[in-house]
Design a protein around this ligand. Structure first.
Ligand SMILES: Cc1cc2nc3c(=O)[nH]c(=O)nc-3n(C[C@H](O)[C@H](O)[C@H](O)COP(=O)(O)O)c2cc1C
Length: 163
């Protein structure tokens, strides 16, 4: 898919078909995640791909607004070493995952990690080493819905030269 079309068409998908995603497709999506922009090129990220149903159910249970992780065939969990810009770096990587998933015909949804009271529990569940922070969890799968949440108009948010 054309890059601008991917950017414009991506929407959060929280309902998935009961269909596995090929390993090479997931690998390609993570490859796009690791190529994100990153302060001082530190690339502090690590990606844990969870496909096992029992672990996904535990992740779903731990999160507050990520219950659909139990139904998504894949959850990519983004961790970052605690550098100055870990959250920006991890967020850029997360957005790359969402866009790559869209480009592959998959649906995805960003589930909050950083700042959530459950972040430490997820670090422990997935054996993240000390010094790493949970940034996000990304549910991925073939979409079973096509949401279109309202968006602010370009004319409302675009300012030329000065506000
Ligand atoms: C930092 C961040 C945290 C988010 N956390 C959640 C979450 O925990 N659960 C969820 O269902 N969606 C979550 N979302 C997705 C947003 O709800 C979604 O992006 C927003 O409603 C706009 O919809 P769209 O992605 O379809 O454009 C999160 C998005 C961001 C950027």
């Amino acid at each position: 898919m054309d890059a601008l079309k991917v950017l414009k068409e991506r929407r959060s998908v929280r309902s998935f078909q009961n269909r596995a995603v090929p390993r090479e497709v997931i690998t390609d999506i993570v490859d796009c995640g690791r190529l994100a922009a990153t302060a001082r090129n530190l690339q502090p990220w690590e990606f844990v791909v969870v496909t096992e149903a029992g672990t996904r159910e535990k992740l779903a249970e731990i999160t507050d607004y990520g219950k659909f992780i139990a139904q998504a065939p894949v959850c990519i969990v983004v961790f970052c070493r605690e550098t100055k810009y870990y959250l920006e770096d991890g967020s850029a990587a997360t957005q790359n995952l969402l866009l790559a998933a869209t480009a592959c015909g998959l649906g995805s949804c960003w589930v909050a990690g950083d700042k959530k009271p459950y972040a430490e529990d997820i670090c422990r569940l997935l054996n993240a080493p000390a010094g790493y922070r949970l940034v996000s969890l990304v549910a991925v799968g073939y979409p079973a819905e096509k949401p279109s949440p309202s968006k602010r108009l370009l004319s409302e948010v675009l300012h030329w030269e000065k506000w």
